[in-house]
Design a protein around this ligand. Structure first.
Ligand SMILES: Nc1ncnc2c1ncn2[C@@H]1O[C@H](COP(=O)(O)OP(=O)(O)O)[C@@H](O)[C@H]1O
Ligand SMILES: [Mg+2]
Length: 47
């Protein structure tokens, strides 16, 4: 299992945008992907 962390202390720096699009690309390429975003209430997406 590979873990990719997209981190920046500042808000509004495209962390979520990058994460979701990267996950979508990996998912479309056939890999199983679990996304954990850093929103106030944790949101889990499974592709
Ligand atoms: N490459 C980009 N070009 C223009 N706007 C962008 C880009 N990436 C993200 N944004 C916009 O910037 C804002 C913050 O992005 P977001 O991914 O929610 O940041 P974060 O998760 O770091 O708080 C959103 O409105 C998003 O649509
Ligand atoms: Mg975010």
């Amino acid at each position: 299992m590979q873990v990719i962390a997209i981190v920046n202390e500042k808000g509004g720096t495209a962390k979520t945008t990058t994460t979701v699009n990267l996950a979508a690309c990996l998912g479309e390429s056939g890999q199983r992907v679990l996304v954990v975003d850093d929103f106030t209430v944790f949101i889990y997406f499974q592709f």
